[in-house]
Design a protein around this ligand. Structure first.
Ligand code: NAG
Ligand code: NAG
Ligand code: ZN
Length: 432
């Protein structure tokens, strides 16, 4: 059933290409990642970091601290401590196993199960993941379709897995759950967790009651790599790249932050096009965001989107709308919050990991600095398309940050899938 030889062959070639390209990777040896605790009299970024250097990159922020990449040649500001001192080594560790030998599988013993085990051993590049999509389609032709959402600036396809048993008796309204990963390309664990979710749904259908019910009664649109150009760039040039790779009006600046490009409450964040949060000059300038809007409005116009979950990292948080402002009160606020705690509980019960529940505006800091949370996928989906919408920031809480080693792929996949199951159960049987 599986064309395993093709997989190994292609995979081998891809590994070699990657190996050569690694030579051009950006060198981070003059930087470290620091955690700066908040002191209530000052704003860490504006009052502490900016006066020292313009060469910084914020990794995450919350009530208590800001994690930020800083050059090693400036004095460590007061209140800051080093979290990751050797970034290049941490990057290398996320690619560990990349060149490890394949498990010895002969075609006889090869099964869907072993492909899954093999695939999730390591992070995979875009071509390998798209090849894996095709293998899923070949193995589950009645349950999955690979659909093209649109094309990126560099001409790559943005692909969706449409997973469903197409049981129109059980799902006459085309109730749909949408899951996206990789909007920010350096957040690799969001990509693997979306793949993990698709894999569990497909392989467990007809063997397990829950998954059988999910695929009979729901349609799933799963887009593990929402930002294909950025994702490829993280493999070939800069592991810490976040935006897409679109040309901006400024000659040497590339990339729009897709998560600032959606049309609901879009606002120009006045950032220089080189900045990590650059919103573009107008809504839907990021091709991925505009393709997505068209795809949902036309191709999927008759699908009723009940739920949307957007995977990101890191921080271990469940975020509910809105992102753009803390003054905007979402409809169903109480239920959104209750459901968020349900998702967090599902994580905790699976793995013991604590996920904090907060509103997206607080996470973004748009309560203090309006504009920081504008144009997000979360707000757009919640406002226009989906009844329930959340963003999940997956592991960890900062020891590895965006650079989680591949050994985390399975545990994070498992706990994330537990929360997705909770979400499906709720959609199919809301007690709230
Ligand atoms: C459709 O779903 C219902 C409810 O889960 C189930 O009883 C029925 O067998 C399914 N039909 C097919 C063709 O799988
Ligand atoms: C797409 O959908 C959004 C949300 O429903 C709507 O605001 C917008 O007008 C639609 N655009 C088109 C071209 O249909
Ligand atoms: Zn993100």
């Amino acid at each position: 059933m599986w064309n395993f030889q093709l997989f190994v062959l292609t995979f081998g070639i891809i590994s070699k290409i990657v190996k050569c390209q690694e030579l051009e990777n950006i060198d981070y040896s003059n930087y470290h990642i620091c955690r700066c605790s908040k002191d209530y009299s000052k704003d860490v970024i504006n009052d502490v970091i900016k006066p020292l250097t313009s060469d910084y990159d914020v990794w995450t922020r919350n009530f208590d601290f800001v994690d930020v990449r800083l050059p090693k040649n400036i004095k460590l500001p007061k209140g800051c401590q080093v979290m990751i001192s050797d970034i290049d080594k941490a990057i290398e560790e996320t690619k560990n196993g990349m060149h490890m030998s394949f498990p010895s599988l002969d075609q006889e013993s090869f099964s869907v199960d072993t492909l899954g085990n093999f695939f999730f051993n390591e992070y995979r590049d875009l071509n390998t993941i798209y090849l894996w999509f095709d293998l899923l389609k070949r193995s589950f032709p009645d349950l999955v379709k690979v659909e093209v959402v649109g094309e990126t600036f560099e001409g790559r396809e943005m692909k969706a897995l449409h997973v469903s048993a197409n049981n129109r008796t059980a799902n006459p309204d085309r109730k749909t759950i949408v899951i996206t990963g990789g909007v920010h390309s350096r957040e690799w664990i969001s990509v693997t967790s979306a793949c993990w979710t698709a894999y569990q749904l497909l392989t467990r259908y007809s063997y397990f009651k829950k998954e059988t019910r999910y695929l009979d009664s729901l349609d799933f649109l799963i887009i593990p790599i929402f930002n294909p150009d950025g994702y490829v760039y993280t493999w070939t040039h800069d592991r810490l790249w976040r935006k897409n790779r679109q040309q901006t009006y400024w000659p040497n600046c590339y990339g729009i932050d897709i998560d600032h490009s959606f049309d609901y409450e879009w606002g120009s964040n006045d950032d220089f096009p080189c900045s990590e949060d650059y919103s573009g000059q107008e809504p839907f300038e990021a091709l991925e965001a505009s393709s997505w809007n068209k795809y949902l409005n036309t191709t999927k116009g008759e699908y009723k989107i009940y739920g949307y979950i957007d995977f990101h990292s890191y921080s271990q948080e469940v975020l509910y709308p809105y992102a753009y402002s803390c003054e905007a009160i979402p409809r169903d606020l109480e239920n959104l919050v209750e459901l968020s705690y349900g998702l967090a509980k599902a994580f905790r019960e699976k793995s013991g990991k604590k996920y904090r529940v907060i509103s997206a505006c607080q996470d973004r800091g748009s309560d203090l600095t309006p504009g920081l949370g504008s144009g997000s996928a979360l707000d757009y989906m919640y406002h226009h398309r989906a009844h329930w919408a959340f963003q999940l920031k997956l592991r960890d809480t900062g020891n590895h940050g965006f650079l989680l080693p591949a050994t985390y792929i399975r545990p994070v996949g498992k706990e994330t899938y537990a929360s997705i199951k909770y979400f499906c159960d709720f959609i199919l049987n809301p007690e709230i």
